[in-house]
Ligand binder design. Structure first.
Ligand code: CA
Length: 364
């Protein structure tokens, strides 16, 4: 009997084949034995190359290509280059692109609970959001929320605490919010509506023209770094803080599940790790650049910085409670995510109070 027949008879064919493969060299064994290459499209909700957001998506693509030795190449598209900003979710779910970068609250019309995975008014800071997503069950709920659409979400960036926005007139009391037409997305917009204002949603690229022409009275966008890039200081002079509606907005990388599962295990791990790296780096970039840009806005552009009056903040917080309770009553998943985030927030507050808050109060 030939050796090959003995092996087949013993059912050891696969083991022998694996042993032979091992003999060819370590680079052809294990997960990296799969040398297929992939070319993916990544659509974003940001203008192409937009500071921190668009450039962060591009850095992510470069990092994946480098880590994978060129086996996974990702081409990044800005808003409108392949699909418009607000079609990113559907185009990744439908497979037009394999990945998308944006903010989860843009999709609250399809998934009411999505807002929680970017930011909710009076919610968590960026540091607390990461704690909830990675160690508080938030990411698991996020995966569950996107599963019916065949999408896998990864936390992939954070703006940190945003600014309250640009206003053409001063906000002295709640009465000044009545009739105010403001670009403000998601739950923040619903709170504004409850305060008597008119929230408007539009992609970043349309904001400047709308504010300058007076089509809207106010807008929030992100923070000093990105707001300066859009030139919003030329369209309104009052710049309010803090960003009560977005205290620490997480950005997302969404992946078409079928495409993700078609990747070898090591490439899936590379995509996941590179998204986590982007999550860290983008927050660091925003923090550094926002501080520089704020200086420029105040010193060179004469922007008038204003805190929202205490009465306005208290009332917006009360209205936020109403908006959240109402939404939770109408959607079981929204209620579950709210309960998770709320419980986490209640645990975090006493700790953050004696850690970051106590330190910050003592620093200056
Ligand atoms: Ca914003």
């Amino acid at each position: 009997m030939k050796r090959r027949d003995v092996i087949r008879g013993l059912g050891l064919g696969a083991a022998a084949a694996a042993a032979t493969a091992c003999g060819r060299g370590a680079d052809q064994t294990g997960p990296t034995a799969d040398r297929r290459t992939f070319e993916w499209r990544l659509v974003t909700t940001w203008p192409a190359n937009f500071p921190a957001l668009g450039t962060g998506a591009i850095e992510f693509a470069h990092r994946v290509e480098a880590c994978s030795g060129g086996r996974l190449k990702i081409r990044v598209y800005g808003d409108g280059e392949l699909v418009p900003a607000f079609e990113v979710f559907d185009s990744v779910a439908g497979g037009t692109a394999q990945m998308g970068h944006g903010a989860a609250y843009y999709w609250k019309g399809k998934v009411p609970a999505a807002s929680f995975f970017s930011a909710i008014p009076f919610g968590l800071t960026a540091q607390e959001m990461n704690a909830w997503l990675y160690f508080g069950g938030g990411w698991e709920l996020w995966k569950e929320a996107y599963a019916p659409f065949g999408l896998v979400p990864l936390p992939s960036g954070s703006s940190g605490c945003q600014m309250g926005g640009w206003f053409r007139k001063e906000i002295r009391s709640m009465a000044d919010l009545k009739g105010l037409k403001m670009r403000i997305p998601a739950l923040g917009g619903e709170v504004l509506a409850r305060a008597g204002g008119t929230p408007v949603t539009m992609p970043g690229a349309e904001i400047f023209t709308s504010l300058e022409s007076g089509a809207i009275d106010a807008t929030e966008w992100i923070g000093p770094y990105n707001d300066l890039a859009f030139g919003l200081q030329k369209a309104a002079k009052y710049y309010y803080y803090p960003g009560w509606h977005e205290p620490g907005s997480t950005l997302e990388m969404i992946i078409n599940r079928e495409a993700f599962e078609s990747l070898p295990e090591d490439l899936r791990e590379i995509v996941t790790a590179c998204a986590a790296a982007t999550n860290d780096r983008m927050l660091a970039e925003f923090t550094a650049r926002n501080a520089e840009a704020l200086q420029t806005l105040v010193r060179d552009d004469g922007v008038l910085l204003r805190p929202f009056p205490g009465e306005v903040m208290r009332e917006l917080r009360r209205l936020t409670g109403e908006v959240l309770a109402e939404a939770a009553a109408g959607d079981p998943l929204f209620r579950r995510v709210l309960e998770s985030l709320d419980a986490f927030r209640q645990r975090m507050i006493p700790y953050t109070d004696i850690a970051e808050r106590a330190y910050l109060n003592s620093r200056s």
